[in-house]
Structure formats: C-alpha cells, structure tokens
Design a protein around this ligand. Structure first.
Ligand SMILES: [Zn+2]
Length: 529
C-alpha cells in the first residue's frame, strides 16, 4: 500500500497499535530483564546433541508400536511404554492419568479392495477408522455419486443405492498441477518468519469455541450424510485420496469418530480412483470386490493421557507447574511418526535432558502426552484441563488454575522449532524472546502474535492459561505424511528433533525458574448458550 494515500488511516492504526501494545510495552519497559542461564543452555546443547535419544523414542512409538488410534490396544501399549521410558529417564513421577470414559475403540484386522473386471487391479486403499466390518466379501458394480453432502443431493439418490458400492466424489481427469510442482519438503524462509513476527492481529480461531464450532458444523453435516447412507442400505463407500502422491482422506480419516461407526468405507489412491471413474463413466463392466475386518472394543473404557514430572526445587514455587507436550494418539493409516510421535518424543526428550543435566527448576516441569487429539475437540487435553484447571463453557475456575504458568505444545511434524505462536498474548513476547535468543543460531527466534488452531494448546488458552504452539519447519508434513499412509519413521529428521528437544527444554526450564508466572490474557467469557 502506498504510504501517502493513507496517512490518516495509518496514523489511526499506529495509535491503535500503540494502545494495543501499551500494557505489554509498559510491562516490557518496567519488567526486569529476563534471567537466561547460559550454563544450563550449554549443558542442554551438550546433552541434547551428544547423548540424544529422541529419534530412538520417536521411531519406537511409530514403527515399534504402530498406529496409536485413540482407545485402541496400540495406543495403550505405546502409552505404557512411554511411562516406563519416562521413569527410566528419571522423571520424579510418570503415570497413565485417566481423563474419563471413552466411546467404543476400534482396530483394523484386515482389508482388501480389488477390481476384478474388466481387468484385475489391486487397489491401494485404506479403510476409514471406525468403519463397520463387511460380512465377508462384498462384490458389485460401483455407482458413481458426485456428492451426498447436501439434503437435496441425497433426495435425488433416495432408494437407488441399497446394497451398492458407492464411489463418492469425482476427481479431475488429470493430476493436480499444483501438487505435482510443489516441492516435497520446505523450510520456512527468513522472509516468511519475519512477516510472521510482524503480524499485528491474532486472527482466527480467536478461541477454543470458535475452533470447536467450526469443526462441529462439519461433524454434523458429515454425520447426517453417513446416517442417511446407513438408512439407505449402502453396502460400502469408496472415496479418492485427497492427495495425488499418497493416501490421505479428503476430509476425514474416519467415519468421523467412534460414535459414527457405520458403513464400510475406504480411501483409494487418487490415480487408481481416476481410472475407476473413467471406466465407470464409459459404462465398462467394472466389478469391485472388497472386505474389511475389524475389532471393536466396548465403550466406557477409561481413556488415559501420559503424564510425567520433574519436581520443582523451590519450596515456595514447587507446587506451581510449567507444562509441555503434544498429542500421543495417531490415525491408523501408518505409525503416526510425524503426527505425532515426533512431538511426543520431543517432549519426552526435553524432560530427559533436564534430568540428565541435573537441572533443578524452581517450579515443577510436567510433560503431558494427550489422547484423542485426532478425535472431536481434543478429548484428552480438554478433559485434563476441565479436571485440573477450569471449565471451557462455564469458565468455573479450579485452584490449580492459579498454579500453572504456561503450556508449550509441539504438533507440526518433524521440523525444527522456529519459534512460538503467542495466541494473542502480547505481554508474553518479551519473555519468550529472551529465552529464545540463545537458540537463534539453530533457527529458533520467531514469535508471532497469531492464533494457531487445531491442536491441544487451545484446551489451555480456552480457560485463560497461556498456551503456545510451536512454529515448525513444514518439511514434507502437508505434502506427504500428515494423516497419510506414508507417516513412518523414515520421514523423521534426527537433527530437527534434537533441536526441537533442546529449545523446548530451555523454554520450560526458564519459564519454571523465573520469579513470576507467565503474563496472561484476560479470562475468556463463559460460553453463551
Ligand atoms: Zn497432530
């Protein structure tokens, strides 16, 4: 924008900005300089590079235990192992902490999808989580249905789909050019980081409920479609992958959630779906054969998060905590290596490093690895916050709410930490900037006022507790591994995981050791009914 044209508007905006930052600026002016312990940081570097265990931990979680779908045996086995590892690392406490009762759990035990006519083609397909099993093999000619999202679209197909295999959705006739030319792995550039740090408006989602409602609307629409297909007696649904290069569900990796278990559903490699679409479109005698076997575990099992601590050393402050973590559950398509064995291992490693270097932070440092982030509204972290700190709807606050300084979340793949999203908490900027500065040489130094949605820190900011999600290099998270069949340990980058573990260890150590709790934004208003 040309400066002269908008001097008055510009002046007004500068004034508003000045006002916006006044408390933070005043705070920064009057606040004593943050104490940064160079000795501790040097020891963190030494331990985090020379004796790192982060890759081994992440690989074991993803390739050792496989999928950690919320509530499934793979999740529980990996969670027990994480507790034993944290104990081995020297945590003063490491437990499986119940967060509540959960719906039925689900596990894939076998599947197959083959085109047997006009020629044989084994389809590269993944069942959607929570899908019901088939009664043996389902065989039939698929019917192409562009969309059933809207009630009027469903009305047009009423009575025509009983016992049919539905190919839901059309794909373009040629592969998506943007995806074909997009680089696989990318790192944030200095220019991108700089522009993030200059953003002045936090933007969306402004809070926990905005994020929840956006998701809930999609849920309701999707459930209506699934329920309708169930009533119409559809035999199975086949959809195209949302990516050309890997199997990713267009929208959801699941029927939606454990409560929606109904029609057997598959996501198929996009190029193969394109071939099916061509053959069906020209009326060729296409026959599909599919089968799906699953195990469903009864509802009302107890859901658990992994929680571990390094106890605080200061008699006055040791009952106050600084938390760090990320979600532990994954989808079932692969081992959830970058989503989110990476973040889980980084948080575990940060604690291991602090114990190994003999750090004695004044406040307690607590790691939490969450259940159910991939399911509706972060069930594990939200339940934990409701149990310990406060209620997101009524904003009724519990005594522990006054004793937590902040929560740091890592959930964006294997990439190194470049900085933190401040979730609108301007007063936290000078504090975190001081603690990040020693890590600039490893690429960490950016703070943006922006809100980040879609992950567990929202459960904390949702009750007014400072929650910060890590800015990470994208690597090939969105292009290849995020919720796809490719999410295995081969896509983990050890150097990046080491960097992230060291930066996180240093952040939580310094926040746990500072005189005051982290500055807070005002408590959100109770939810309007
Ligand atoms: Zn994730």
């Amino acid at each position: 924008m040309n400066r002269s044209l908008c001097s008055r508007a510009h002046a007004a905006r500068r004034l508003a900005l000045g006002l916006l930052f006044l408390p933070a600026a005043l705070h920064a002016q009057n606040a004593p300089a943050e104490r940064v312990d160079a000795t501790i940081n040097a020891r963190i570097r030494e331990e985090g590079t020379k004796r790192s265990q982060v890759l081994a931990t992440a690989r074991m979680l993803s390739d050792g235990f496989g999928p950690r779908l919320s509530g499934a045996p793979g999740y529980t086995a990996a969670a027990r192992w994480a507790v034993s590892e944290l104990t081995r690392f020297g945590a003063t406490r490491a437990v499986l902490e119940p967060w509540g009762t959960r719906g039925p759990a689900w596990e894939l035990t076998g599947h197959s999808l083959v085109m047997t006519a006009p020629f044989n083609l084994r389809l590269n397909a993944l069942p959607k989580a929570w899908s019901l099993p088939t009664a043996g093999t389902v065989r039939g000619t698929p019917v192409m249905v562009p969309s059933l999202a809207k009630p009027e679209e469903r009305k047009a197909w009423a009575g025509k789909l009983r016992g049919r295999i539905v190919m839901l959705g059309r794909v373009s006739e040629t592969a998506d050019a943007a995806e074909r030319f997009a680089p696989g792995a990318v790192r944030l550039t200095d220019a991108e980081l700089d522009s993030m740090s200059r953003i002045t408006e936090p933007g969306s989602p402004k809070d926990y409920w905005e994020d929840f409602d956006e998701w809930d609307v999609a849920l309701v629409e999707h459930r209506a479609m699934l329920d309708w297909m169930g009533r119409e007696g559809v035999a199975a649904v086949v959809e195209a992958s949302g990516s050309e290069l890997t199997i990713r569900s267009t929208k959801y990796n699941s029927a939606i959630s454990s409560r929606d278990a109904n029609i057997p559903a598959f996501t198929v490699a996009r190029e193969q779906y394109r071939r099916l679409q061509f053959l069906v479109g020209r009326g060729a005698p296409v026959t599909l054969e599919l089968s799906l076997a699953t195990r469903v575990f009864p509802a009302d099992t107890i859901g658990v998060n992994v929680v571990a601590e390094l106890a605080g050393s200061d008699p006055r402050l040791k009952d106050e905590v600084v938390m760090m973590g990320g979600h532990f559950d994954s989808w079932h398509a692969a081992g959830g290596a970058t989503d989110n064995a990476a973040g889980s291992a980084v948080a575990m490693e940060a604690l291991r490093i602090l114990v190994a270097i003999g750090a004695h932070p004044r406040r307690t440092v607590r790691v939490a690895l969450w259940d159910g982030e991939e399911q509706e509204d972060y069930i594990g972290s939200a339940a934990y916050v409701r149990r310990h700190f406060g209620d997101h709807a009524s904003m009724a606050i519990k005594p522990e709410h006054a004793r937590i300084s902040a929560y740091f979340n890592v959930d964006h793949g294997t990439g190194r930490i470049r900085g933190w999203f401040l979730q609108g908490n301007a007063a936290a900027r000078p504090v975190l900037a001081a603690y990040l500065a020693p890590w600039k040489d490893l690429g960490a130094g950016t703070l943006t006022i922006r809100n980040r949605g879609s992950t567990d820190h929202l459960a904390f900011t949702g009750v007014g507790i400072p929650g910060f999600d890590a800015i990470q290099d994208e690597m090939d998270y969105e292009s290849r591994t995020h919720h796809t069949g490719l999410d295995g340990a081969g896509f983990l980058v050890e150097e990046d995981l080491q960097q992230a573990s060291m930066v996180l260890a240093s952040m939580v150590y310094h926040v746990a050791d500072r005189d005051a709790l982290m500055p807070r934004t005002p408590l959100p208003a109770p939810r309007k009914k």
